[in-house]
Design a protein around this ligand. Structure first.
Ligand SMILES: [Fe+2]
Ligand SMILES: [Fe+2]
Length: 274
């Protein structure tokens, strides 16, 4: 019987985007049917498979995107989001395969279902780009989305603190404004897709908060304080407004976690990390 760790590693190693999507969905189906063993006999690869295109550029070399008013701007924005969803497939399967042994079986259930969502998000955005005459790979994309995974590869608690509870939570903060921008540009179809993704992402942040809380309870430590310590140590950005307090709270990520970080001036947050 194939193990869940082998299946996750196979998804990670796949470099062709649509094959990765198919593989991700097949693993999620097999896991739900119980045809994968709950065993962690395989190490996750250090870096996931990536296609030859898009060209990956450091953030400071990315072309300016504008505000998404023109069709060209909207395509650039959808492409950037597709790239984030593509990386999110790997992040979910890496979480399940790398850290699953430290948790009850339901941890794998949760992150495999997240991986299936991310594959669907990517596929829908790619299809939308195709309809608009583009497609994933046609524009350059951000290098460095795997950095957070590398930075936290050794520590499940740090991974949960940074990936779902900072990066995916950031998506909740900015998406309502992006949906409004697509609507204002007359692109209802893209707006609907982004709204659907938004509701799924609330669930993903919720899984992060839930499993972070599970680890904190096991160690008898204050979860909010521990979270801030890990974020300062492992996340190089700042937690800054706008903050979608209601969506964050729905996911179980309450203000007592992040308000003390968000209230700091960037320089002060920087100083605390040194
Ligand atoms: Fe997603
Ligand atoms: Fe997500």
């Amino acid at each position: 019987m194939t193990t869940i760790a082998q299946a996750c590693a196979d998804v990670l190693r796949e470099s062709d985007p649509l094959t990765k999507v198919r593989r991700a969905r097949a693993v999620a189906r097999a896991w739900r049917r119980g045809t994968l063993a709950h065993e962690f006999d395989t190490a996750m690869p250090d870096a996931p498979g990536r296609p030859a295109r898009p060209e990956l550029l450091p953030p400071n070399r990315m072309p300016k995107r504008g505000r998404g008013g023109s069709e060209k701007g909207r395509i650039a924005l959808l492409h950037a989001l597709a790239h984030i969803e593509f990386a999110a497939i790997d992040l979910a399967f890496d979480a399940a395969g790398r850290f699953g042994a430290q948790f009850p079986r339901t941890f794998v259930d949760d992150w495999i279902s997240v991986g299936a969502d991310e594959a669907m998000h990517f596929a829908v955005l790619h299809r939308r780009l195709r309809t608009l005459g583009s497609g994933y790979g046609e524009l350059p994309a951000h290098a460095g989305l795997w950095e957070a995974a590398e930075e936290t590869a050794h520590d499940a608690m740090a991974r949960l603190a940074v990936v779902p509870m900072v990066l995916e939570a950031r998506g909740l903060d900015v998406t309502p404004e992006t949906v409004a921008r697509f609507k204002a540009g007359g692109d209802e179809a893209s707006a609907r897709i982004l709204h659907r993704i938004y509701t799924d992402e609330i669930r993903h942040v919720g899984f992060g908060a839930k499993w972070f809380g599970y680890l904190a309870a096991g160690q008898d430590i204050d979860p909010a304080e521990q979270w801030r310590m890990l974020v300062r140590r492992h996340f190089r950005g700042v937690v800054k407004p706008p903050l979608n307090d209601s969506a964050r709270a729905t996911a179980g990520l309450t203000r007592d976690f992040y308000a003390p970080l968000a209230d700091m001036e960037p320089e002060q947050a920087q100083a605390e990390r040194l």
